[in-house]
Ligand binder design. Structure first.
Ligand SMILES: NC(=O)c1ccc[n+]([C@@H]2O[C@H](COP(=O)([O-])OP(=O)(O)OC[C@H]3O[C@@H](n4cnc5c(N)ncnc54)[C@H](O)[C@@H]3O)[C@@H](O)[C@H]2O)c1
Length: 442
């Protein structure tokens, strides 16, 4: 099939490459000239495991190409995915300007019957706006469908190739049949294709992200209760996660959710819910709890060292909002680091892949170290933000020797408090008792 993917960000790049891999002819378009130039030179502008070889192979095979010419991409294709950003507007609602700009371009470029699919996360009712924008500029038939994307950054290729399910909100039987064929190669192991009306598909995406964000905020609240009462959130998590009605995923407390999706999608769903006269208080509480949780490490550091941190230095391990991505959007690490800098501290940070992105947010105000151990020299404490695999089993003696004081603030519960006490650390984690160094008798 001839497919255009408009918008070559995290989602568009993955969708385009995976659809090319299954044999389609794909044109991936973006208005960002620098990005397209880099892609055409074989350089992948984001870190996403497995994406680079997929792009390279499909470019070579001639099934995938990148262009800034959105009009030609539309003209060459029967199926057009809109995968541009939908950032939060000032009032928290999803800003649809990029989606509608693409719809206008599609309308102007239409040269036959086409299926247009919103892949971007958009509020219920957006497909109607997209249709109106396209039909204002053409008499050709257009099918406007919603196919929300559930991929996870860090496992995006795997998620697209082997989805849990494919949600297709369609406006005609014809569009449903074509899209089922397009997705058939990805559901051979039994995942379902869920055909539904367009508004249900639009709401499904927000409901999924809001549910996951709710689980995170819920567990962060329980973690706070555990701390105050002397309970251990790890036991509570195992105790509830083994109930098959609850399940064990997304029950890890930490420093709050971040990234490009949960924060903006929860905000947008609050807005849509309120606009439709429905009480949004569950979602408001989820957001409120998360805002507080992103302050957690900073609060703990200030409790320990005082408000004035001038002359102090902190080592930060992990900057990305989660492991296996370089995405720094709404990363909790930024809240801690900005708070430390504002109080006069200096910060040396490490992340296995997100340091270039972090530099765009923090500039030269932070020192970036080549290895995680290089952050430590003379620092007052080590602060953990991201549970990267290589941080899990470090040389504790080396950490202890390098730090000015053996103090660790762990926002991801990487280590066991008892073990940390035995290693001689003052260790603060989330929802578990904090540890003080064991003092040897005699
Ligand atoms: N990132 C994720 O994990 C994820 C997962 C599921 C859904 N989504 C949703 O998918 C959408 C895209 O997210 P993303 O993370 O890929 O965004 P992104 O910011 O990484 O990429 C968006 C791209 O669209 C391009 N663009 C903007 N206007 C354009 C136009 N008029 N014509 C062509 N290109 C244009 C931008 O230059 C940019 O490259 C959002 O709605 C997001 O909520 C994201």
């Amino acid at each position: 099939m001839n497919v255009a993917v408009i918008g070559s960000g995290y989602v568009g790049l993955v969708v385009g490459a995976c659809l090319a891999e299954s044999g389609n002819d794909v044109v991936s378009a973006d208005i960002d000239e620098r990005k397209i130039e880099r892609l055409n030179q074989g350089e992948v502008p984001i870190y996403e495991p497995g994406l680079e070889p997929l792009i390279e192979n499909n470019l070579k095979a001639g099934r995938l190409r990148y262009t800034t010419d959105v009009v030609t991409a539309v003209r060459l294709s029967d199926i057009i995915f809109i995968a541009v950003g939908t950032p939060p507007g000032e009032d928290g609602s999803a800003d649809l300007q990029h989606v509608l700009a693409v719809a206008r371009t599609i309308g102007e470029a239409m040269n036959g019957e086409k299926i247009v699919i919103t892949k971007s996360t958009v509020p219920v009712g957006t497909a109607k706006l997209v249709r109106a924008e396209i039909e204002a500029h053409t008499d050709f038939t257009v099918h406007v469908c919603s196919n929300p994307e559930f991929l996870k950054e860090g496992a995006a290729v795997e998620d697209f190739m082997k989805p849990d399910r494919v949600v297709l909100g369609v406006d005609s039987e014809f569009a449903g049949e074509v899209l089922k064929d397009l997705y058939a190669p990805f559901v051979r192991s039994g995942a379902s294709i869920l055909l539904m009306d367009v508004p249900s598909a639009e709401i499904t995406k927000y409901a999924a992200n809001a549910m996951l964000a709710t689980r995170i905020s819920f567990m962060n609240m329980i973690a706070r209760l555990c701390e105050v009462t002397g309970a251990d959130v790890n036991h509570v998590r195992a105790g509830i996660g083994s109930d098959e009605r609850i399940g064990s995923a997304f029950l890890y407390p930490g420093v709050g959710y971040g990234g490009s999706c949960f924060p903006k999608d929860v905000k947008a769903l609050i807005r849509t819910t309120r606009e439709n006269g429905v009480d949004a208080s569950i979602l408001e509480a989820v957001e409120h709890t998360n805002d507080g949780q992103k302050q957690l490490l900073l609060d703990r550091i200030v409790e320990r060292f005082g408000e004035n941190l001038s002359g102090r230095s902190f080592a930060v391990w992990g900057l990305a909002f989660k492991p296996n991505t370089d995405d720094m959007r709404e990363a909790p690490s930024l809240v801690t680091i900005e708070g430390l800098l504002a109080r006069g501290a200096s910060v040396t940070a490490h992340d296995p892949v997100a340091m270039d992105e972090a530099r765009r947010h923090l500039g030269t105000r932070v020192t970036f170290a080549a290895t995680n151990y290089d952050t430590l020299n003379g620092a007052d404490a080590l602060v953990i933000h991201t549970e990267w695999q290589p941080y899990r089993n470090p040389d504790f003696a080396r950490i202890k020797t390098a730090l000015r004081e053996p103090v660790v603030f762990d926002g991801r519960n990487l280590w066991d408090p008892e073990d940390m006490a035995r290693h001689g650390f003052e260790y603060t984690c989330v929802g578990r008792h904090s540890a003080r160094p064991h003092v040897r008798e005699g």
